[in-house]
Design a protein around this ligand. Structure first.
Ligand code: UD1
Ligand code: CA
Length: 490
């Protein structure tokens, strides 16, 4: 981004359509790929072009769309389309929001998120170099179904655009299509848009009709054929949503690979456009790096890991883990099969092991929660080792309470910490302890009831069972053993 805005450039983004084929209660342009709504990608690219104005035209679910736009781009002008339908009308109402502007207007669709800033920058530059009134982006497609067709004169110049629904069989056979991205001289739009009618199959005011009107008045119409047709792909249904999503992801993965990230399997790696990865990060297959996740140099994530809004420190290893809003320190290891929830913070060189869930808790530097544990609302100091099966009982049915485990504490296996409770510095606990009272620093806490063995209980109370038979065999062997010992001594 830059502060040097191009005062001769305005971007108009069309987002008033209903998106019927999505069959969704959510407006089409708000469906997400790569961690952002479709419209968000278009807005982002528009902003990178540094125009002096960005106008978004809304109508269907206008409040939802307008809120989404203004939430991320408060400088955008949101304009309402009236009851006259069509892309031509949409641009006309946008024009009313740009009084006095007589530069170039780049028209984009909110459902075409793959047009990148390089492509569009070159598109605008080409329009200016040609001194055209209008420049169209076109694409040559194997299957042009659904698109407007580009009809050229015998000299190769563009004569007009015919929509699929209005096309003759010969016109429909044309494989060059209108990509729905245009640059217009504002003056040309002001002059010709009011003359566009609705006499067509859809009874709409087509923006595309302006091409023929311009030609009639000797206006210059240029066309730029997209070298990479994927930049022109739009989303009309959910099949296209996933296809365009995959293309965007492939682009994002490739960008990080060229920045020094090893991605073993791009096809199963999903990286949101908002995530950041450092050089020498390794991403193993089946990994989702989402939202504002950042991964520092030398870290390894995956396989089969999902990170949402996480921070992963240098050289950390995160294996088969599901984590949201978690911070993982440098050199820490997490997983396999760990679940880090909001507010989990694993300190440098810390360890969160197998089948461990952590929520709203800090694990201090070098501290370990290696096996089968739930740690919630807990602060753990440095160099602590929790035995297998540690549970913080943080919830008493009414409120959550905190557990504090101070530096250098080592706990036995299968402990329950009944919060609020504090384990003091260097303290130890025995296996199976249910810790209900604070443990002073340096103390050993045992909470076990003495063990009592009732000899012969199984043979007496469970006669005829496998257990009773096994017990009987063991008793006979024991008695025989005792007998032979006696014999040897005797
Ligand atoms: C449009 C073009 C077609 C082109 C195709 C490329 C017209 C008449 N046709 O067709 O030549 O090949 O895009 O993708 O322009 N919109 C509004 N207000 C409206 C109608 C639509 O803002 O009244 C917006 C939509 O939200 C969408 C964009 O304009 O973002 C395109 O509308 P859509 O209905 O998808 O046009 P297509 O039929 O695809
Ligand atoms: Ca469309």
């Amino acid at each position: 981004m830059t502060n040097n805005l191009d005062s001769r450039l305005a971007v108009v983004i069309l987002a008033a359509g209903q998106g019927t084929r999505m069959k969704s209660s959510l407006p089409k342009v708000l469906h997400r790929i790569g961690g952002r709504p479709l419209l968000g990608h278009v807005l982002d690219t528009a902003r990178d072009l540094a125009p002096s104005h960005v106008v978004v035209v809304v109508r269907h679910e206008r409040d939802q769309v307008a809120d989404a736009v203004l939430g991320v781009s408060p400088e955008v002008v949101v304009v309402d389309q009236d009851e006259i339908p069509g892309t031509g009308r949409a641009v006309e109402v946008a024009l009313d929001a740009l009084p006095g502007f007589d530069g170039d207007i780049l028209v984009l669709s909110g459902d075409c998120p793959l047009a990148d800033v390089e492509t569009l920058g070159a598109f605008v530059a080409g329009h200016r170099a040609e001194r055209a009134e209008a420049t169209l982006m076109t694409a040559v497609l194997d299957d042009p179904t659904g698109y407007g067709r580009i009809i050229r004169e015998s000299d190769g110049s563009v004569a007009r655009i015919v929509e699929q629904k209005d096309a003759s069989p010969e016109e429909a056979a044309v494989s060059e299509v209108n990509a729905g991205m245009y640059v217009f001289a504002a003056s040309a739009l002001r002059e010709h848009l009011p003359r566009v009618g609705t006499d067509n199959a859809q009874r709409e005011k087509y923006l595309t009709d302006i091409v023929a009107l311009l030609r009639q008045s000797e206006g210059r119409v240029a066309a730029s054929i997209a070298k990479d047709v994927t930049v022109t792909y739009g989303v009309n249904d959910r099949v296209q949503l996933s296809e365009v999503g995959r293309l965007l992801n492939a682009r994002t993965v490739r960008r990080w690979q060229l920045e020094g990230v090893t991605v073993v399997d791009p096809a199963t790696t999903w990286i949101d456009v908002t995530a950041t990865l450092a050089p020498d990060v390794t991403v193993l297959p089946g990994t989702h790096i989402l939202r504002s996740t950042t991964i520092s140099a030398g870290a390894t994530v995956g396989p089969d890991t999902s990170l949402v809004d996480c921070e992963v420190g240098e050289g950390a290893t995160v294996t088969r883990t599901d984590a949201t809003l978690a911070v993982i320190g440098a050199g820490a290891t997490v997983g396999p099969f760990a679940y880090l929830r909001a507010g989990a913070e694993v300190g440098d060189r810390g360890k969160v092991g197998t089948f461990v869930e952590i929520k709203n808790s800090t694990i201090g530097e070098g501290s370990k929660v290696p096996h089968l544990s739930y740690i919630g609302d807990t602060t753990i100091g440095r160099n602590v080792n929790l035995g297998a099966g540690a549970i913080t009982a943080n919830y008493d049915d009414l409120t959550k309470h905190r557990t504090e485990i101070a530096d250098e504490v080592h706990t036995g296996s299968h402990n329950v910490f009944v919060a609020p409770v504090r384990i003091g510095e260097g303290a130890k606990t025995g296996a199976g302890a249910v810790v209900r009272k604070d443990v002073p620093a340096g103390a050993l806490a045992l909470s076990i009831a003495p063990q009592r063995n009732t000899v012969g209980w199984v043979e007496k109370n469970r006669p005829g069972t496998g257990a009773a038979e096994a017990a009987a065999r063991a008793r006979s062997a024991q008695e025989a053993g005792d007998g032979s010992q006696e014999a040897a001594h005797g």
